[in-house]
Design a protein around this ligand. Structure first.
Ligand SMILES: *Cc1c(COP(=O)(O)O)cnc(C)c1O
Length: 402
């Protein structure tokens, strides 16, 4: 194997050299605790506030509306549990969707055990949520709507501005898990009427283990981590200064490069989708054809088991994923693919390719050199393949497989 190609940027991205360079001093000489009053501490404090300004600027928010967290998962948990606990006297009903990341779904499941009620809205076959469904689900005791900006498996982009408008009209707080979207598409919190938004640095070439949450001024939310007075008393614990500096630098670069980055990803994506659909039979593109993040292609191959596909690709030096990184290792098909109506056996044969900065057209050439052969080989090993093909008219047609 003389090459290694990474097609899994939705799982995580490498830290950019410029980002690492800005972080390094805070891991070395500038190690002061940001709460200390001497110069070394003040330097850390200054670096954190500079990062906060950069995140705020990228989102159209005010600096005091940005709070740093330990991850995207933490930001989601804070948004959902924090709003639930602070508003429980007003009501106990939360609206979300069936295709949220587990950070949102499992936070909601936890709250159900605490006596909250959660409505999990369905999506259509493209993974798109109808904003009117949110309106219909609203009850007098609804306190929060939480809908992801873009899905992390099929990468369909939701009508967030429309949902935000409805939530605002009804006076209900609106959170969006934008972890997959920030750094990939332009987001201005003022155009989409969100009250809370989660992001995570490692999805846009920043470090792992650090994220942020936008909390609109005046939003009623409980603190999540109790302790010292960091983050204005709302998220205690000594700050991860280097990590926070990394978020600031990474989001700044992402914002500056957004147009050219998008253009590049879109080209790689369109080429891949067109070639896979035309060169491999019995394959389906998952997610909306246009309303999807620029760098994502998600396919289901009939008569194939996704894990085997990933292993064979790995042997050829290609890193990809089936479903999301968090669910691989479990035998259940992805909850997202089930929610868009795929039968079990087709959901199992899925492949997610997510492109990034380091990918080139040569990478796609190589993918198209090896993928059709691998798919063919696996199908030859499948007992279903031969027998089904003869009377072929099945599920594929119904769910509009090519
Ligand atoms: C990656 C991801 C998360 C979790 O973020 P971490 O920083 O890895 O905890 C949450 N939601 C979505 C949509 C994601 O893609």
């Amino acid at each position: 194997m003389n090459r290694y190609i990474y097609f899994d940027h939705a799982a995580t991205t490498p830290v950019k050299p410029e980002v690492l360079e800005e972080m390094m001093p805070y891991l070395k000489g500038k190690y002061g605790n940001a709460s200390s009053i001497y110069a070394l501490g003040r330097e850390s404090k200054k670096a954190i506030e500079n990062a906060r300004d950069r995140v705020a600027l990228a989102l159209g928010a005010k600096a005091e509306e940005i709070f740093f967290t330990g991850s995207g998962t933490e930001a989601d948990n804070w948004a959902i549990k924090g709003v639930a606990y602070a508003n429980r006297k007003k009501g106990k009903h939360i609206i979300t969707s069936k295709i949220e990341h587990h950070a949102v779904l499992n936070a909601c499941k936890f709250l159900e055990k605490e006596g909250f009620e959660v409505t999990y809205l369905p999506v259509d076959n493209d993974g798109l949520l109808d904003a009117e469904k949110v309106r219909e689900a609203i009850r007098p005791d609804t306190i929060l709507v939480s809908i992801m900006y873009a899905n992390n498996e099929i990468e369909t982009i939701q009508p967030i501005a429309e949902i935000g408008k409805i939530a605002k009209e009804k006076g209900i707080l609106f959170h969006t898990d934008a972890v997959q979207a920030v750094g990939n598409i332009k987001i201005d919190v003022n155009n989409i009427n969100v009250d809370l938004l989660s992001l995570s640095a490692h999805k846009f070439y920043g470090p792992k283990g650090v994220g942020a949450i936008y909390i609109r001024r005046g939003t009623k939310i409980a603190s999540f981590i109790h302790g010292g007075a960091q983050e204005r008393g709302r998220r205690a614990s000594t700050e991860n200064v280097a990590g926070i500096v990394g978020v600031g630098k990474a989001i700044e670069i992402a914002t500056l490069n957004m147009d050219s980055y998008n253009k590049k990803l879109l080209e790689l994506r369109e080429r891949t989708i067109n070639e896979v659909l035309s060169k491999i039979p019995h394959v389906r593109l998952n997610g909306h054809r246009e309303k999807r993040l620029p760098g994502n292609a998600n396919f289901s191959f009939e008569f194939i088991e996704g894990e085997s596909l990933l292993l064979l690709l790995d042997m050829k030096g290609i890193a990809a994923s089936s479903g999301s990184a968090c669910t691989s290792g479990s035998l259940d098909p992805s909850h997202v693919l089930m929610a868009i109506g795929l039968p079990h056996e087709i959901a199992h044969g899925s492949l997610r390719l997510t492109f990034g900065e380091d990918n080139t057209h040569e990478d796609i050439d190589y993918l198209m050199e090896v993928l059709p052969g691998i798919v063919e080989r696996l199908r030859e090993m499948s007992p279903l393949y031969e027998s089904t093909l003869s009377e072929y008219n099945s599920e594929c047609v119904k769910i509009n497989l090519k």
